[in-house]
Design a protein around this ligand. Structure first.
Ligand code: FES
Length: 108
């Protein structure tokens, strides 16, 4: 998949993001959690697939986020639940343009 497969939408400003703290944003009608950790940006659906907790509030560690409600841990790279990778949250590409953090939504 290339950048041409996505439409990038402004999500927040660079100054809105701190390392290892999720930021909930609304992009194209979805609520998405944006993270910066270990020098990289990640974006995943903000709703935990277990009971719907906001993953932006989760604990970030080793490119993963742990849901604060019941401890399910998700890879920020793949969106997979670490205990059972068939369960996952959607992931989105992130790019930074100037001071703006943009999230890519797949076309179509
Ligand atoms: S709601 Fe996330 S682990 Fe239960």
């Amino acid at each position: 998949m290339s950048d041409d497969d996505f439409v990038y939408h402004p999500a927040c400003r660079l100054s809105d993001i701190q390392d290892n703290i999720g930021v909930p944003v609304e992009v194209d009608g979805r609520v998405i959690a944006v993270f910066r950790t270990e020098g990289e940006y990640f974006a995943i659906d903000d709703a935990c697939p277990h009971k719907g907790a906001p993953l932006a509030d989760g604990v970030v560690y080793d490119k993963s986020v742990t849901c604060t409600w019941h401890g399910w841990r998700f890879s920020l790279e793949s969106g997979c639940w670490m205990d059972s990778p068939r369960t996952r949250v959607a992931t989105y590409p992130v790019r930074v343009t100037g001071e703006i953090v943009e999230v890519g939504i797949r076309k179509g």
